[in-house]
Design a protein. Structure first.
Ligand code: HEC
Length: 256
């Protein structure tokens, strides 16, 4: 246990030093083609979603007040995320060696997941407490924050939603995300699940941007469904969302 913690810290520290020490990276990323950027964005968002699915799968156990240690260690979440990734991608997750943007982005995502799960251990292992507020969307926001810190100025990830469905203000869509959600994803002809990609600006810089629509399924509706305004288990107000409706989006940016 102690060894594992020490190992996690070591890996985190090493990767922070690693990421900070590469001044050549920014110019390197600007040389990447549109297709290469799309490949990287799909890879990282896939890993992100694969890890969030691990939290969904274990939500009942996380909420159980009768179990102390849940055994949901950082490495267990990563192992299960790799399995989910394989199911979604049809091939194994492979960490690219070297200092390519893809390799650094993969490593930063793994380390973001490790950091969040490491910090969450006392909370999720607390015996006697049922609902702990540790939800897939909360996990995703924390992982995104950590990822963005690690990838500072190179790439950026965010879980967002249609404007009227936003719970946490830090997840609000920016102008570009809002436009894609309203004018593409909501268009009856828009193909379900299809990522939208474009060269566009982000925070004043030109960038490659990708955004993936997500829809409410049955498991989301106790919190995001009807009746609108009623309190859910988290104490928040239900959105009045409907089964299959557009409920969120994952947004990814690679800066030029
Ligand atoms: C137990 C209640 C609960 C369930 C079930 C739930 N959510 Fe949420 N959701 C929340 C809360 C609370 C937040 C705010 C999280 C935060 O603080 O960042 C949230 C945030 C989100 C966000 C980020 C945007 C925002 O509103 O801040 C999206 C997107 C989202 N949920 C989609 C879903 C989808 C899709 C499902 C089903 C697969 C789902 N949620 C299931 C409670 C829930």
């Amino acid at each position: 246990m102690l060894f594992r913690k020490a190992k996690t810290i070591l890996v985190l520290t090493a990767s922070v030093l690693f990421l900070c020490g590469h001044p050549g990276l920014v110019s390197q990323s600007s040389a990447l083609s549109f297709d290469k950027n799309r490949e990287i964005a799909l890879e990282i968002t896939r890993l992100f979603r694969a890890s969030r699915a691990v939290i969904s799968k274990h939500q009942k156990m996380i909420n159980n007040p009768d179990i102390g240690d849940k055994g949901l260690s950082p490495e267990k979440v990563i192992d299960e995320a790799r399995a989910n990734f394989k199911k979604a991608a049809g091939s194994e997750f492979r960490l690219e060696a070297g200092t390519t943007l893809k390799g650094l982005g993969q490593l930063a995502m793994l380390n973001a997941i490790r950091e969040v799960m490491s910090n969450a251990q006392p909370l999720i292992n607390e015996r006697g407490r049922g609902f702990k507020g540790f939800l897939p969307a909360v996990f995703a926001r924390l992982v995104a924050d950590s990822y963005n810190r690690l990838m500072k100025g190179r790439a950026y990830i965010k879980l967002t939603a249609p404007r009227q469905y936003i719970r946490n203000r830090s997840n609000r869509p920016d102008k570009w995300e809002h436009n894609v959600i309203e004018n593409q994803f909501r268009n009856a002809d828009y193909k379900r699940d299809k990522p939208f990609v474009e060269e566009a600006r982000h925070r004043g810089r030109s960038a490659f941007r990708l955004i993936i629509p997500e829809y409410y399924n049955k498991s989301c509706l106790p919190c995001h469904g009807e009746p609108r305004g009623e309190r859910d288990i988290t104490g928040g107000k239900k959105e009045g969302g409907k089964l299959g409706e557009l409920g969120g989006a994952i947004s990814f940016t690679i800066y030029k």
